[in-house]
Design a protein around this ligand. Sequence first.
Ligand code: 9MR
Ligand code: ZN
Length: 538
Amino acid sequence: NQVGFRPKHAKKAAVVLDGSAPAVAAFRVVEAASGAVRKEGKLTEPAQDEASGDRVAWADFSSLADPGTYRLEVCGKQSDTFVIGEDAYAAALHLTMRSFYGQRCGCKVDLGDGYHHEACHMDGAFHKTSGKDGKIANSGGWHDAGDYGRYVVNSGITTGTLLWAWELYPEPLRNLKLEIPESGGKVPDYLAEIRWNLNWMLSMQDPTDGGVWHKQTSEAFCAFIMPEQDNLTSYVVGTGTEPYKSTGATANLAAVAAIAARCFKPYDAAYADRCLAAARKAWSWAVANPKVIFRNPKGISTGEYGDRNCDDEILWATAELFRTTGEDQYARAFMADLPDMTALDTATWGSVAPMAWWSYALAEKSNRFLRTRIAEATAEAATLRILRSSRSGYGNTLRLTDYVWGSNSAAANDSLLLLMAHRLKPNRAAVDAALANLHYLIGCNCHGVSWVTQLGHKPFQRPHHRPSGADKIEAPWPGLLSGGPNAGGGDPVANKLPKQPPMKMWIDDERAYSMNEIAINWNAPLVFLLAAANSDLS
Ligand code: 9MR
Ligand code: ZN
């Protein structure tokens, strides 16, 4: 990878060999400053990597643990420098989490170095599809992605993942300094940043019945302009018919607000109470209205997040409310409707059942038998991913079919699963595979690119991200994860690329939104993974 390693972690580099290279070549790791040799070894036998079509061998220098700045030398070539050190990933964690400040809507943003925008989208309006007329005071939240929409469903997994990181890896997050307007206040920066989005999510709840509207966007995406130049009306969008709110949005808010009630309690008890009350009300609505599926109403063409089955979202909300309150009503509801756990899989924005399982397993009062079952199912799912990582030329855990829109988030969410496996039952191989995905995302891939803007020696440059495209600065906004390879197409540029092995199906082109957009739900599991990488995982 293009950043480095912590001393105790496994350290490997993928070496792409052409046909003429010797079958088993030697490598060495040298000190960057002096050139002194610090480790010598042999590459592994090269193997054909299916996902990329490349012939790849590994240099394993895990035993090198002395802090320093190094280069790898192999077949007469030299790598860029990388560090070995306890704080190897500290800057990456700061950068990727601070990118959420850059995504803020409804306020002026100033990240420094010229990355700024004026307050945007200050005016909200009810749309005819929401069942209400007039204006709504609900500015705020994070822009979802390269577009300026705000979507409750996607905010759900994003905010939930970030709050989970807070609960599971407090060490590197508690004192993280994000240089945001709230810095220095009573609430730690990390939680203060999350609260910006939470407040907007809460404002999407209909106070009369507890249901939650699906999204707030203009009718269509705006041009590639800065957010404050977007003068299209920002609407609260509902389903268009009774009951107007959607099950997916409502259950997501219930889950996230329930987690927030736990996280904010020590810092702002009144806010925690408000979150819990909102979560309870949303949960009751979702349970009473479990099948209100959202489809874009006529005249609306922004992102849909149209999940057809929201049972898993309700289950997640139930589990979080149980974990927060310990109340029997939630325990009974959870047990009443248990889906098949043998299919325990990686979470996505539309499929959050694993979040439900893990939340339940972490709950103080959970049933011991079920907790064991969840740990076992997670361990089985982890084993599959460990296997894939060991077979992959670049060490990632993706199947060939995982190279879809946002595949980089599939890698990061696979790591979340692996880390949960380790949390439920110590598993060193799972930690290694989780970190291998991190290496993949920040340089160890067939493009030799870091998929995080402004991180590493060769970060990608042209995200589908309106502020990056519209400002006058050459380099893109910092800390943003590219969606990554996508073999399925989905935009005019991607659709025209010649067919290659799936990992190769990526292009650093601003117009290729199905391959090179950024999104909050992709950055969040990366922050989770980096929080873990910065923690003691023993
Ligand atoms: O992340 C979403 C991906 O899973 C879908 O395949 C894709 C097409 O529906 O949409 C992605 O989400 C986009 C959203 O609809 C609007 N904002 C940008 C998101 C990332 O591309
Ligand atoms: Zn905005």
